[in-house]
Ligand binder design. Structure first.
Ligand code: FES
Ligand code: FES
Length: 169
């Protein structure tokens, strides 16, 4: 019989709130966020760092949550897609641009893409289209053909989207 390792207490800040849960040493951050903390907006695809749909911000940096263990995150600040809309559920500029450009179909990849561009646009608010395409290269989408996603991001970059902020850290 496989011996269960004792769980460790993990306390982190999730979308501005301090939260605590217990995690076995092998539990992935993705599963901790979804199943222990109940924030199911973060999706799980390949579980080995390829598809990008599990992307969240760890201490402000876009990261694959399937490549991190929950126990490594004690004291960290995590932002997920749930942080983007305001308290009344109004979407931010990036989400609104995705909606307008039909930049999602099934939506499975969308949370991760939104979080990658949240990080990227905070650091570089005026990228070229080529730079946006380059960032999108870290994500797999089965549905959209990618063009609409690039159009949506460029809409925000070029100021066509209503300029509610894209999610300050
Ligand atoms: S589920 Fe993490 S990169 Fe695919
Ligand atoms: S919208 Fe379906 S996988 Fe991207």
């Amino acid at each position: 019989m496989i011996e269960q390792k004792p769980k460790q207490r993990v306390t982190l800040t999730l979308n501005g709130r301090k939260v605590t849960g217990d995690a076995e040493p092998r539990l992935l951050l993705t599963d901790f966020i979804r199943h222990t903390l109940g924030a199911t907006g973060t999706h799980v695809g390949c579980e080995h760092g390829v598809c990008g749909c599990c992307t969240v911000l760890i201490d402000g940096v876009a990261s694959r949550s399937c490549l991190a263990f929950a126990v490594q995150m004690d004291g960290a600040t995590i932002e997920t897609v749930e942080s983007l809309a305001d308290d009344e559920g109004r979407m931010n500029a990036l989400q609104e641009a995705f909606r307008r450009h039909h930049a999602l179909q099934c939506g499975f990849c969308t949370a991760g893409i939104l979080m990658s561009f949240t990080d990227f646009l905070r650091r570089k608010p005026d990228p070229t289209r080529e730079e946006v395409v380059d960032i999108l290269g870290g994500h797999l989408c089965r549905c959209t053909g990618y063009t609409n996603i690039v159009d949506a991001v460029m809409d925000v970059v070029e100021g066509h989207a209503p300029q509610r902020d894209i999610g300050a850290a």
